[in-house]
Design a protein around this ligand. Structure first.
Ligand code: FEO
Length: 393
């Protein structure tokens, strides 16, 4: 249903209450695909939704009292299917021209049957007057794809930021000031950052600098809630998350067959705790990878443990390593590989290869691999190792 933001400007997004997985990103709380409508001499729709949300999008348009055929322009800030999946259907209902950039047009044409689609390309003409307002388009490449841009309504002081500043949460709250627990909102935004924007974080300070020159009253992202009361705060948090600064925090990630690797994980963790380090322990069979990555974003230590199974690493740990490697967390971290085995230890070597690719500083110790079941004396060494690790720079 349409929610008014300012006169003639509406959120008409779709809420995906049931999505539980988004290209590897576990979404236990669903997501939203936020579209926005500006009514002016030219009616403008900003971003769309996944293909299967088309009927919901039509309901949003109807509740904003506009017929699809009266839409003049559709701004596509980014061609990923969560914002463009409806386009093929929607274009048939409208006579709309797509406003986008050259790279986004190229990527749309690689994903859809675009015969007959008409475009206004804004690369060299980044402002379009639609009547009482002017829309300004600012490229933000790789936040999240090469085609990303944001749209700024100059007179309304509204930034339509697409993926930037979003969260994957389905809620009925539309604005930050409606969210009771602000820390939960920041946590969801951090998780989104850690799993969507982390590999491109070096581009964030430049983008924030460019946005700081704009007078912004609302940031309207394409996922999650609209920022109104905490715009400065969320920009500062983006700078913090992109800074590669870490906390005195250890994330221990493991899986286990008969609890041997688990015992090593917990005893090292207890040693780290004793040494004053904040500790998080996650089992890769039980925790979505995106939850783990949110904590790894600003952790000093990353410890990964796996049993050796059939001369290889355990499959859930392998999956996590591949996921983490793609997101390229800061190399300014300490990496520890550990695990248990029966007759041939193979898993830690595979873990260390990932650490090497990420430029983690690898710490070795004799207590990190255990044949079969770790006994009391062995686990004491793990505990002492954790305490020693807590003092390392
Ligand atoms: Fe929300 Fe990169 O798509």
């Amino acid at each position: 249903m349409a929610i008014k933001i300012k006169d003639d400007i509406y959120w008409i997004g779709t809420i995906d209450w049931e999505i539980r997985e988004f290209h590897g990103y576990g979404t236990p709380n669903g997501s939203t695909y936020n579209s926005y409508l500006i009514k002016d001499e030219k009616n403008v729709l900003i971003d769309c939704a996944k293909e299967y949300m088309f009927e919901e999008l039509l309901i949003g348009l109807k509740s904003a009292k506009i017929n699809p055929e009266d839409i003049d322009y559709i701004v596509i800030n980014h061609s990923e299917k969560d914002h463009s999946g409806c386009l093929e259907k929607l274009i048939k209902y409208t006579n709309a021209t797509i406003i986008t950039n050259e790279k986004c047009k190229e990527l749309l044409e690689l994903q859809y049957n675009t015969d007959g689609w008409e475009y206004i390309i804004v690369d060299n003409n980044p402002e379009i007057n639609i009547g009482k307002r002017t829309l300004k388009f600012i490229k933000t490449p790789m936040l999240h794809w090469p085609d990303n841009m944001v749209t700024y309504s100059i007179e309304d002081k509204i930034l339509f930021s697409n993926d930037a500043f979003g969260q994957h949460v389905a809620t009925s709250e539309r604005f930050d000031y409606q969210v009771e627990e602000l820390e939960v909102l920041y946590d969801d935004t951090k998780e989104y950052f850690a799993n969507i924007l982390l590999p491109y974080r070096m581009l964030v300070p430049g983008a924030i600098e460019a946005l700081k020159n704009l007078d912004i009253e609302y940031i309207c992202p394409s996922h999650g809630v609209i920022w109104k009361d905490h715009i400065k705060d969320i920009m500062e948090k983006y700078l913090e998350w992109s800074s590669d600064e870490y906390k005195n925090k250890a994330v221990i990630v493991y899986d286990s067959m008969y609890n041997s690797t688990k015992k090593i994980a917990y005893n090292i963790g207890n040693g780290l705790l004793k040494g004053g380090v904040e500790v998080r322990i996650y089992n890769t069979s039980k925790t979505p990878m995106n939850k783990i990555m949110k904590d790894i974003l600003d952790a000093k230590y990353v410890l990964v443990g796996s049993p050796t199974l059939n001369s290889n690493i355990y499959h859930t740990v392998a999956m996590f390593l591949a996921y983490m490697e793609g997101l390229k967390p800061s190399g300014d971290k300490i990496g520890v590989a550990f695990g248990s085995y029966g007759w041939m230890e193979m898993a830690t070597g595979i873990i260390k290869k990932t650490f090497e690719k990420l430029n983690f500083k690898i710490i070795e110790d004799e207590c990190l691999t255990c044949r079969f079941v770790p006994k009391e004396e062995y686990l004491s060494k793990c505990y002492e190792f954790g305490k020693k690790l807590a003092q390392m720079d």
